[in-house]
Design a protein around this ligand. Structure first.
Ligand code: MG
Length: 254
């Protein structure tokens, strides 16, 4: 079901957006060589408790998940593309780390992801991350009243393919509101001029993710982490945005 939010409700959602953005900023700063993924998850849990927020992940148990997620943060390292389950792993120099975080504040959810390089970057990883960020920016720029979902999808897909990446559309953007995942679905590739017309009051996450090699993924034995089939590295960028008559508003801007 597509739900439209009033301007007052969108204002209420800003608290969740700001909390998620600030948490990611703290997590990025903490993502140094030698830091354990479990410590990053604990830091996120501490920040959730401090403001009385609610994790969207800890009890999350969708049809594709083997068991409830059990952590409050997704940490996807190197060939892990999405849904990385934090585990006992100390970050190494040159690792590509995607942090995906969603929480509810005062009953409203925000969802955002950022990818960083730990320590010394490899040029191809910098390009990969910059491309997901440019794809996200292109998707957001296309999210205007009167455009359609397909315009967002096409903007992301065209930019990604022009940069030399293939695009997997198994997972994409989604409506965000009282819960983390709602309608509409926003594929990371598609045809312009198709799909739901965008109206003021729509709130959703846009989340391009790319892999350096294949567009195929598989599920790690942990039951959650999605990895590239060929071991190539992945990056993920996500913001929760609100469609308004004045243009898209990025609720999770850092
Ligand atoms: Mg997310």
């Amino acid at each position: 079901m597509i739900e439209l939010r009033t301007p007052a409700e969108i204002d209420e959602m800003r608290a969740a957006g700001t909390f998620v953005a600030n948490t990611l900023t703290e997590l990025v700063a903490a993502s140094q060589v030698g830091v354990n993924l479990l410590a990053l998850d604990s830091l996120a849990a501490k920040l959730i408790r401090r403001v009385g927020a609610t994790s969207c992940y800890v009890d999350y148990h969708p049809s594709f998940g083997a068991m409830p997620f059990g952590k409050v943060l997704c940490t996807s390292v190197n060939d892990a593309a999405l849904h990385g389950l934090p585990h006992d792993y100390a970050l190494k120099n040159g690792d590509v780390l995607s942090l995906d975080f969603a929480a509810s504040v005062n009953g409203w959810v925000a969802d955002s992801a950022v990818t960083v390089i730990v320590g010394t970057p490899r040029p191809e990883d910098v390009t990969l991350i910059e491309t997901t960020e440019r794809a996200l920016a292109a998707g957001i720029a296309a999210a205007t009243v009167g455009a359609r979902i397909g315009d967002i999808s096409a903007a992301i897909g065209e930019l990604s393919r022009a940069a030399g990446y293939s695009v997997n559309v198994d997972f994409g953007g989604h409506g965000v509101g009282r819960t983390m995942h709602g309608d509409p679905h926003i594929p990371n590739d598609g045809r312009p001029g198709r799909g739901l017309p965008l109206r003021a009051g729509l709130v959703f996450a846009i989340e391009p993710w790319l892999m350096e090699g294949t567009d195929r993924i598989f599920t790690d034995p942990d039951g959650w982490t999605l990895r590239s089939l060929d071991g190539s590295r992945a990056a993920h960028s996500e913001h929760t945005i609100a469609i308004t008559d004045a243009g898209p508003v990025v609720l999770t801007a850092r």
